[in-house]
Design a protein. Structure first.
Length: 359
């Protein structure tokens, strides 16, 4: 058997220098845990054990869940934040552990926009908005933001990136997907502004471009910057994969982005053709548009099997794979996949303490 591509290293390029080498192409997708019971945005032991297990289990890159750049940017009151130093210190503890396991530490910086202030997505909570009397808040939308508000949020992203750097994160992934604020600006379904932040594609993407520029300006030049898109709304006249590919080209050429993760959905009522690897064609389309650049494009969505992931990479549809729920079920998915693809037992990417699992 040839050496599996999934377990060959990959470099995430940066604005300057060699970039960052990741030991393999199995990445952890960001997954909200709604586990900050103190509602202060500070990562807890839960986050340490879970993200730590992904790192110990052999994943090359572990992305911390959507982490809000300001309190009103949280999806729920129990989300992570990175707007103060107490949060920073707790992130740093997680990053240090991930590094001790040989994983690269990424964080998804997010603002939930109109989908903020909801109850945690956990059993026992009713879906819906948290009223202000219960600690909820007025959400921010493309419509209700003044230009000063926009500038403030752009600044919050930059401050969050600075704290992410201080916490030791190697990579920032901006959350441009799933109907949250950046995606709300991009999509004609939700961006009805008539000023320079709305209208045509250039106007609707201005907010995203400003955030990317502000973050790139403060994020160390030697560290890679990525973005996750909803590459399509799955709705006619919505945001689509061609628009995503065009924006990706601009962000790569002019704004120093070197990693694109291709998700989809989150706005509107489109029918999503959910099935194994259903978003892979989106990654492939974006990868084609970025041909000749040093960008890493990762595919995500129901990629659950080692051979499935290997085939996606071997056929050039993406450069890396992001895994979500399969890793919730088995945090050591990467080690098991490596063994299945023929990586010798003594070279599995997992921690030595797991060696006797006998994958
Ligand atoms: C998610 N997803 C997600 N996406 C994101 O961009 N930021 C986030 O914080 C979260 N949170 C989250 C929590 C949980 C519990 C799940 C299951 C999912 C989406 C996730 O990253 C991924 O794109 C999807 O789960 C599809 O990939 P899988 O699970 O089919 O591998």
């Amino acid at each position: 058997m040839n050496d599996p591509i999934l377990f060959s290293p990959i470099t995430l390029a940066a604005a300057e220098g060699p970039g960052i080498q990741v030991r393999n192409r199995a990445f952890i997708a960001p997954m909200c845990q709604y586990s900050v019971e103190a509602k202060d945005g500070v990562p807890t032991d839960w986050h340490l054990q879970q993200l730590g297990s992904f790192a110990a289990g052999g994943f090359g890159l572990v992305t911390t869940e959507a982490t809000a750049v300001e309190p009103h940017g949280r999806i729920s009151p129990r989300d992570l934040g990175i707007w103060n130093d107490e949060q920073l210190d707790s992130h740093a503890r997680i990053v240090a552990f991930e590094h001790s396991q040989g994983a690269i530490a990424a964080v998804q910086l997010a603002h939930a926009g109109m989908k903020a202030s909801t109850y945690p997505g956990l059993p026992g909570f009713t879906p819906g908005y948290v009223p202000e009397a219960e600690g909820g808040w007025q959400t921010r939308t493309p419509e209700n933001l003044s230009k000063d508000d926009i500038a403030e949020i752009v600044g919050r992203f930059a401050q969050a990136a600075q704290r992410a750097d201080q916490a030791g994160y190697d990579v920032v992934q901006l959350h441009g997907a799933h109907g949250y604020l950046m995606h709300e600006f991009l999509s004609p379904l939700t961006n009805k502004r008539t000023d320079e932040y709305g209208g045509d594609e250039t106007g609707r993407s201005r907010f995203v471009r400003e955030i990317v520029s502000a973050v790139r300006a403060v994020w160390p030049a030697g560290k890679p910057l990525g973005i996750r898109f909803s590459a399509t709304d799955w709705v006619e006249n919505g945001w689509d994969v061609d628009a995503t590919a065009r924006l990706a080209q601009v962000l790569v050429a002019d704004h120093g982005v070197t990693w694109i993760d291709a998700s989809s959905g989150g706005l509107g009522n489109g029918t999503i053709p959910v099935g194994p690897g259903y978003q892979v064609p989106l990654a492939s389309r974006i990868k084609t548009a970025l041909d000749g650049t040093n960008t890493v494009v990762s595919a995500v969505g129901l990629i659950t099997k080692a051979q499935q992931a290997e085939t996606i990479l071997a056929t050039g549809q993406s450069d890396a794979i992001s895994v979500g729920r399969a890793a919730l079920r088995d945090p050591h998915w990467a080690a098991a996949a490596a063994a299945e693809l023929g990586v010798p037992r003594d070279q599995l990417p997992s921690a030595p303490q797991l060696h006797r699992a006998n994958w």
